[in-house]
Design a binder for this molecule. Structure first.
Ligand SMILES: Cc1cc2nc3c(=O)[nH]c(=O)nc-3n(C[C@H](O)[C@H](O)[C@H](O)COP(=O)(O)O)c2cc1C
Length: 177
């Protein structure tokens, strides 16, 4: 097995964070990994908000706990918000494609690189899909209407058990031609 597949197997959605702060440098490395992600025509349609001040972390956690969901966020040590920005495409390409044509995939790549870098540094992460975007905009001074690509909770896992991956079998989803 390659080292990278081993990393992919170890990266799992952490839903049991220890009450332990996350070092600033490790968070910088996470966003650096996101910044280095590939993107269509190198358009880089992203920016990141790193939430590390404990009082704001607690407020962001509440945004992700709507209707009693995601209670584990109460112990998250930090959050990284991935925002969609305008992709800077070369003029020739711009004539053919909408500037955000590649953005969805680009933002997914950046998000997963953040999570994999977290894992590499011994941190757990969990991408959160349902949260109060309006409240998050207010809290983090994000313009209303901005597209959120991801809210990622980060922290030290309270237990080190690696779960087996529940995934469709390779044969079912792959064709070699
Ligand atoms: C866009 C997106 C939204 C997600 N939202 C949540 C969430 O709100 N709460 C949660 O516990 N997990 C959430 N997850 C984690 C998925 O449930 C998880 O990635 C999937 O079950 C596979 O498990 P693994 O990440 O442990 O390999 C989300 C993942 C993605 C990619």
């Amino acid at each position: 097995m390659s080292d990278f597949i081993d990393l992919c197997l170890r990266r799992q959605s952490c839903r049991n964070f220890a009450v332990k702060p996350v070092e600033h440098e490790k968070l910088v490395n996470c966003v650096e990994a996101g910044r280095l992600a590939p993107s269509g025509c190198n358009g880089q349609p992203w920016s990141f908000v790193v939430v590390e001040s404990p009082a704001i972390v607690a407020e962001v956690a509440k945004c992700g706990q709507q209707n009693g969901m995601n209670q584990f966020l109460a112990n998250a040590g930090a959050f990284i918000v991935v925002l969609e920005e305008h992709a800077v495409l070369m003029p020739g390409i711009r004539k053919m494609l909408d500037s955000q044509y590649f953005a969805k995939g680009d933002l997914g790549a950046a998000t997963v690189q953040v999570c994999l870098e977290a894992e590499t540094q011994g941190l757990g992460s969990c991408i959160i899909g349902i949260y109060d975007r309006d409240e998050l905009c207010k809290l983090l001074d994000i313009p209303v209407g901005k597209n959120f690509a991801a809210l990622i909770a980060i922290g030290y896992a309270a237990d080190s058990k690696v779960r087996a991956k529940a995934r469709k079998p390779l044969e079912q989803i792959t064709r070699f031609v």
